[in-house]
Design a protein around this ligand. Structure first.
Ligand SMILES: [Zn+2]
Length: 74
């Protein structure tokens, strides 16, 4: 079994009030989305996949967008 260390920039990427920002990714991982955006956290699948390793800045965005907490089912 091979362990692969990956870091998804979407977990730390927020727009800081400048609107949507994007950057392309060239990591060539099989699961790579190719494009990292400051709106990645808005995808339910993204939030599920990265639950527990989102940066505080991204967590704040999610908490603000979903004040009832439905984004983080346990
Ligand atoms: Zn990538």
């Amino acid at each position: 079994m091979e362990n692969e260390l990956t870091f998804d920039y979407g977990t730390v990427f927020v727009d800081h009030g400048r609107g949507r920002v994007e950057m392309s990714c060239s990591c060539r991982a099989a699961a790579c989305r190719g494009l990292i955006t400051s709106e990645d956290w808005q995808e339910p699948a993204f939030r599920r996949r990265h639950r527990g390793d989102l940066s505080f800045a991204v967590q704040e965005r999610i908490a603000a967008a979903f004040p009832d907490g439905e984004h983080d089912p346990v």
